[in-house]
Design a protein around this ligand. Structure first.
Ligand code: HEM
Length: 118
């Protein structure tokens, strides 16, 4: 079976999805305040390389691990769900298949222990 990386459209596809995801976060009133101090270009780059590397693609993610990145933010379940909702929206906007949407959502959901309430 081809890798999730390939099925998401490779580096170009994932870069577009990650960019849309960050834009959707910035317009989501449930979480946008979290990103007021963020460098948007750097955040998009971090999100894209994290996903490319994590799905079997060639990028190197140079950011911190998820626990370190989100430590001290005390992210609650509602915020976590908001990010998953945004991810689904970004995937659908880029016409990713149903199965691939499910795989990405499952991977993201599995990371909740490294993101929430730290
Ligand atoms: C499974 C869910 C999540 C994943 C995979 C994830 C992943 C990431 C990644 C890859 C970065 C970039 C790190 C870097 O480039 O160094 C990041 C940054 C960030 N995340 Fe998350 N994240 C998730 C959920 C959340 C949630 C629920 C919130 C709160 C609403 C959140 C808030 C942030 C903030 C504020 C930053 C930016 C920090 C900065 O600008 O320096 N994340 N996240």
């Amino acid at each position: 079976m081809t890798s999730l990386y390939e099925r998401l459209g490779g580096s170009d596809g994932i870069t577009r999805i990650a960019s849309d995801l960050v834009d959707i976060h910035l317009n989501n009133p449930r979480i946008s305040s979290r990103y007021v101090d963020s460098d948007v270009a750097a955040l998009k780059h971090g999100a894209a390389t994290f996903f490319i590397a994590g799905t079997g693609g060639p990028a190197v993610y140079g950011g911190k691990d998820m626990r370190t990145t989100h430590r001290g933010m005390n992210i609650d379940a509602e915020e976590f769900m908001a990010v998953l909702d945004d991810a689904l929206q970004a995937l659908q906007k880029n016409e990713v298949g149903q199965r691939e949407q499910e795989e990405v959502l499952f991977v993201l959901y599995s990371m909740r222990g490294e993101i929430m309430r730290l």
